[in-house]
Design a protein around this ligand. Sequence first.
Ligand SMILES: Nc1ncnc2c1ncn2[C@@H]1O[C@H](COP(=O)(O)OP(=O)(O)O)[C@@H](O)[C@H]1O
Ligand SMILES: O=C(OP(=O)(O)O)[C@H](O)COP(=O)(O)O
Length: 488
Amino acid sequence: MATSASPTTFSLLSSTTNSSTSSSSTRSSLLHLSPTTTSSGLRLRSAGLRRLGFAAADPLLALHVASRISSASSGKGVRAVVSMAKKSVGDLTAADLKGKRVFVRADLNVPLDDNQNITDDTRIRAAIPTIKHLIQNGAKVILSSHLGRPKGVTPKFSLAPLVPRLSELIGIQVVKADDSIGPEVEKLVASLPDGGVLLLENVRFYKEEEKNDPEHAKKLAALADLYVNDAFGTAHRAHASTEGVTKFLKPSVAGFLLQKELDYLVGAVSNPKRPFAAIVGGSKVSSKIGVIESLLEKCDILLLGGGMIFTFYKAQGLSVGSSLVEEDKLDLATSLLAKAKAKGVSLLLPSDVVIADKFAPDANSKVVPASAIPDGWMGLDIGPESIKTFNEALETTKTIIWNGPMGVFEFDKFAVGTEAIAKKLADLSGKGVTTIIGGGDSVAAVEKVGVANVMSHISTGGGASLELLEGKELPGVLALDEATPVAV
Ligand SMILES: Nc1ncnc2c1ncn2[C@@H]1O[C@H](COP(=O)(O)OP(=O)(O)O)[C@@H](O)[C@H]1O
Ligand SMILES: O=C(OP(=O)(O)O)[C@H](O)COP(=O)(O)O
């Protein structure tokens, strides 16, 4: 849990704020605020928080944040709150941008099918407002992203398939580099016209990217004059292109998408309407299972699906056949089950699963109880009984955050659980429940069902939104320049 010792953090509030008694703790913080609050102080606080989107969302929450930062910075509350806002790309005008080379880190990690076709372009569309603002103000945009988790140069993880869609959405032909650093890239940058866009090759083709190697970050930075981070989906990674590069480029500012995501998620999830449910699935078990611990501090109901569940089953002594399992997380799974019980959180694991005899769209499949997965079979979706139980649990909620599909939804046979949950959330959204979907594949699933537009918020970051929910600081955000304090 982040303590917000630094006044410049951009994380969610502490567990006291997010506890089931959040509204009363918010009020008590307000009372604590009053002795140090002057009327001008309040105005400054409000101004700083409005920049983050708090004031419109919830004045009580806004003041609570002010109070918390105020106490964390020993009497320098007003200055701290104002400085907490990050400088925005919207603060940069033509005077700052014309003719300048701007390194834009986006998260263009979109799903591709076997023929390299984009199956969901949400993340590309989300990156467009920042790119357009820059080119309309005469900047030369050097656009970068990762795709997947390649080990070295891997053609199937090239960003080349993204060029046509990017060009169409931006409205100009995007030039593609075959590398992300080096003399060839430098030549392309030098020939880029004002208002032009150069897409670098997958930044993860260099292992130095994920190591956040300073020398590598310096090479990336050498391509540009200033930096914009708009990669919310990767803001929880301290990599060379998300964090290291900021040490060498000034100003380093937040893009519109990054700001929009933070504004919504910090506001909605720090003080959720209760009961508050989280649904966690997908395949990134090792990076998400840890999040469950802190979700147990914040949620009333926790539903688990996807590849996540088999580690829990195995930890309970069940056989899981050849399903996805993280052997080194078995003890953690056991302790999480115990913790949920102790905390009175309703942690639901699917009672039945759809199993397959191979990982393929044409696999033979059948529904079995979770306790009866035979050897040689793997669980690829939640079963009908589980869908019913999950739907009933969700009926009782007021806020739901969902990250990670319930099954291998890319194969029609194993998409039923994910689609049922997507439809249920759409239905509840129509009834006033706050529904937040995070993660590349989860969003793709919701798009596939055609219900994305009815959800309260579609987040381009799965892991990032969960870490924000945990109260962790996002390194990609922390590294950015603070906004200049505004006089009110
Ligand atoms: N039971 C399962 N076994 C293996 N993979 C699964 C299972 N359930 C879901 N998945 C896979 O999880 C992937 C998405 O996981 P993840 O990246 O964690 O989600 P997100 O991108 O929404 O954060 C999908 O490609 C899906 O096929
Ligand atoms: O797809 C992503 O994260 P997500 O699956 O948690 O939404 C981001 O692009 C980050 O990718 P990473 O988890 O390989 O660092």
